[in-house]
Write a protein that binds this ligand. Sequence first.
Ligand SMILES: [Zn+2]
Length: 226
Amino acid sequence: MIWVLAAVFTGAAIWLIFSLIPKDDTDVDALLDGDGVRLEAITEGETQKRPNVVPKPDIDEQHLTVNEYSRPGDKVDAIENIVVHYLANPGTTAQQNHDYFESLKDLKDVSMSANFVVGIDGEIIECVPPGEIAYASNSMNHLSVSIENCHLDESGRFTEETYQACVHLTAYLVEEYGLTRENIIRHYDVTGKECPLYYVEHEDKWEKFRDEVMDYIETCRKAAQK
Ligand SMILES: [Zn+2]
């Protein structure tokens, strides 16, 4: 009987000793990782962001001179929407439209600009940095990024190059500012103005544009996971 009690006691003692030894390395690492993540979340808060999967498009930065007619230099309140436009000026280039916005500081007769202009060959000029107010989308100016698009004729339809560059730029901005498909809107959705004309007259083409932007992001995400 005493031998049985001794064996039970020894067994219990051995179990106690092993239970006091720290668990294996894997568990310790997991614990440290867990603490690390919590620490980052506390110190960096909402600035913590996953790396972008959509590559930044080729953007030609030609910032306008700060002036009250095309670049007031004021910060937006927030970036809640991407507003898509057309220039209603068939056959003009992105550079010509940029230069026109720049000239407004001297002409002093009208206020107009956009954060980005996409040209008929798909070139992108950044006129006003996103996060700064541009004069394109009326009541939405202080809550959005605006993209003006060049086009060849009165239909307002974008060339394939313009369209693809606009899809890429919009996808990049949607990801950069943590937006969704619903945040991709037209000037028309803000004021009822027929802008961008072709994509107001062809609602299906507009919905397809939004779908293609989201598909673009998804394709980039899948490619990044491989
Ligand atoms: Zn517009």
